[in-house]
Design a protein around this ligand. Structure first.
Ligand SMILES: [Mn+2]
Length: 305
């Protein structure tokens, strides 16, 4: 129904190294959904742009000193696709995302969802809540924005509200790279004493990684990465760019330490809105996705030494 086969999706890294579903440890889940973006549009084209760019990513990871594709990477058909003529209501997108991720979790897949707008994360996080009824997990968000508004432009499912939904679910949060919040969000951060590592402190205080990792209160972690958390010189193709974001080595060093010290249960990489005449955004995003796979593969010892 909402799974579209009309638009051809290339598998992550390319058909030559793509795994069959049963043999895959990792599932890439494209969610080309866009409904509430407020500035530059185009994030419904994000997943395809990342998949296309991934065809150019080197199989061998020079940092991890091995090829990582043998873990088995399967690319799912797109879900909640708004690129066709049919609009997809936010409620439908959320339930389709939750159901799809639930079935992937049941099959023991490590899911990396590709957005699409950030509001999708609510549905994905709901799937992990269902799968972990007894044990809480922390949502670690990389983002320029707090996304803590109760509602925005009349909708609680706006992409500017996603972390507020997570806070309302009662899940612990750690927010990294924040450099744009409104008064309501600043007050909520103080009132609830939310764990926030602002971009300024990340740039100025080299010990932020140690402190940020230590601040994660649970062993299980879900990563939600809004690509605008990264500096717009590395990823100009986002809907709402903000200066002063994370650089590549700060980001990947932080991610690697979390994968090494926690149990990362899933990830999403959101809000890529491709820019014409430049592929730097989608290539950086594709490389980031391969890093997520690599760090998890090493942490879980999926590959022989
Ligand atoms: Mn953002």
């Amino acid at each position: 129904m909402l799974t579209q086969t009309r638009i051809e999706t290339v598998p992550f890294l390319g058909a030559e190294v793509a795994a069959e579903y049963d043999a895959a440890k990792v599932v890439i889940l494209p969610i080309p959904f866009e409904a509430t973006t407020t500035y530059r549009r185009g994030c419904e084209n994000g997943p395809d742009a990342i998949l296309e760019a991934s065809q150019q990513v080197e199989y061998y990871d020079e940092e991890l000193e091995q090829e990582l594709w043998p873990v088995g990477i399967y690319t799912h058909q797109p879900i909640a696709d708004t690129r066709g003529s049919e609009p997809v209501p936010s409620e439908t997108m959320l339930s389709v995302a939750a159901q799809t991720v639930q079935s992937l979790i049941a099959d023991h897949k490590f899911v990396i969802a590709l957005g699409g707008e950030h509001s999708i994360t609510t549905g994905i996080v709901e799937a992990y809540r269902q799968a972990n009824p007894e044990e809480s997990f922390t949502v670690v968000q990389i983002d320029a924005h707090g996304d803590l508004r109760h509602e925005y432009e009349g909708s609680i499912h706006n992409h500017a509200c996603i972390m507020r939904r997570v806070v309302d679910m009662g899940l612990p949060t750690v927010q990294i790279g924040i450099r744009s919040i409104c008064k309501e969000e600043a007050e909520l951060i103080k009132e609830k004493q939310l764990r926030v590592f602002r971009a300024r402190e990340i740039a100025m205080q080299p010990d932020w990684i140690e402190r940020a990792v230590a601040s994660i209160p649970t062993s299980k972690v879900f990563f939600t990465i809004d690509l605008d958390g990264i500096d717009p010189t590395l990823i100009p193709g986002v809907g709402t760019p903000e200066p002063g974001g994370l650089n590549w080595y700060a980001l990947t060093t932080f991610l690697k330490q979390v994968f090494e010290t926690r149990d990362v249960i899933g990830c999403d990489v959101m809000e890529l809105a491709p820019v014409s005449d430049s592929v730097v955004s989608e290539f950086t995003a594709a490389k980031l996705v391969y890093k997520l796979i690599g760090y998890q593969a090493l942490a879980k010892r999926w590959l022989a030494e």
